[in-house]
Design a protein around this ligand. Structure first.
Ligand code: AMP
Length: 391
């Protein structure tokens, strides 16, 4: 049975524990990108508008114990402004004071619990902690797609103690977008992968290879594959221990008749540094590293993507944090976004950050808020946080 949708529950008068993904980037205590918070606002508004009270919870960062710099206080402030009503921050996610604050909530009120990961029991999926977290709540809603690949107390354990549970609207949107590219996708289907590490994406490449017509690889990952093909890569970032595996994946693609495109030219420099002397080359000199795909690769990739009906994209195609090496990612991104009649799914925090703020970014069919969760879904793995919602 698939997960129940939030709008099929009767919420009136109930206390709803909502697992959100408020794991937002912070700079000196300021939220630099509130996308993940804003993506859950419709779920929160719906609960409050249906005369229920919302007990919001999330992790932030990777603390092992109470860490003041990773308090959810800035998130409470952002929520207060976004919802136009005071969202108090409880001093902890469990305990008597928090319990009293929750029992004092009226229908239409919301409260935010302090960072779940201030307790090691959260990641350990501890039974007693899960029980405590469930105390005083009648309904559980999971809207934290970005954490759905983790079996933690707030994503899995807690569901043992709250019978009525549902997927929030963000979770539903994310799953719907992933289903659209995995269950009977329209062909031609092209996967484009980038980023730093081949090791993170082996499972995805293997699984997508059984579904797609072409795999395009850019970013640092491409150099491990180019090395496997015997192409000189200079000082480019290569995962030496994955070269044999890359060779296997290339052979597998050939066997399956899946086109496997690697960049034919490169933007190189001595190091990924602002102001570095940059050149575009077809053959990487021994003292240089490939930091972006070159213009010929951009044109070839765009031409291949132009014929697609389904596109999945994960991982930047260059060292996009520096403008010198961002062109490949942005030109290919803009071309995908402006295609008509194509289902395009963009996943991964870095890829989303690379396109954020560009006027065409809104043209993708879906930009996922999840990195690891999207990759695991595309790998064909079951997401424990989604499984736990199923009846
Ligand atoms: P990932 O987390 O695996 O998606 O990797 C994202 C990171 O890969 C970003 O920080 C990029 O700057 C980096 N990256 C992309 N292309 C390259 C490249 N050619 N050389 C070094 N780093 C790169």
């Amino acid at each position: 049975m698939p997960a129940v949708a939030l709008n099929s529950l009767k919420l009136e008068g109930k206390k709803v524990l909502v697992r959100c993904d408020f794991n937002v980037p912070l700079d000196a205590g300021r939220i630099t990108d509130p996308t993940r918070i804003d993506a859950s606002l419709d779920t929160i508004r719906y609960i409050l508008a249906h005369s229920a009270s919302a007990v919001l919870c999330s992790h932030l960062g990777r603390p092992k114990e109470r860490t003041p710099s990773l308090s959810l206080k800035p998130v409470a402030e952002h929520l207060t402004a976004a919802l136009g009503k005071k969202i108090a921050l409880a001093p902890d996610c469990i305990g008597d004071i928090t319990g009293r604050m929750i029992s004092d909530l009226h229908p239409g009120d919301a409260i935010l619990l302090e960072n779940l990961r201030f307790h090691a029991e959260e990641e350990a999926n501890d039974r007693d902690f899960s029980h405590e977290l469930a105390r005083g709540k009648n309904v559980y809603v999971n809207d934290a797609f970005g954490t759905a690949h983790r079996a933690h107390a707030s994503t899995v354990g807690v569901t043992r103690f709250i019978a009525e549970r549902a997927a929030g609207f963000l979770m539903l949107r994310e799953l719907e977008a992933l289903r659209a590219v995995t269950e009977n996708p329209a062909h031609p289907y092209v996967a484009i992968l980038g980023g730093a590490k081949v090791s993170d994406k082996i499972g995805v490449i293997r699984n997508l290879m059984t579904k797609v017509d072409a795999v395009i690889v850019g970013g640092a990952m491409a150099y491990t594959f180019l090395k496997a093909r015997g192409v000189p890569v200079g000082k480019s970032r290569v995962e030496e221990d994955k070269v044999d595996l890359a060779r296997e994946l290339l052979a597998e693609a050939a066997k399956r008749n899946v086109a496997f495109l690697l960049p034919i030219d490169h933007v190189v420099a001595s190091a990924p540094e602002a102001g570095a002397t940059v050149e575009t080359v077809r053959q990487i000199p021994p003292d240089k590293m490939g930091l972006d795909i070159g213009p010929e690769a951009v044109a070839e990739f765009i031409a291949r993507l132009g014929g697609a009906k389904t596109i999945v994209w994960n991982g930047p195609l260059g060292f996009f944090e520096l403008p010198e090496f961002a062109a490949g990612t942005l030109e290919v991104g803009e071309a995908i976004a402006n295609l008509h009649g194509v289902t395009s799914l963009l996943g991964g925090g870095d890829t989303a950050a690379a396109v954020a703020g560009h006027p065409w970014a809104g043209n993708f069919t879906h930009i996922s808020t999840g990195g690891g969760a999207t990759l695991e879904y595309l790998e064909g793995l079951e997401l424990p946080g989604v499984k736990a919602l199923e009846a």
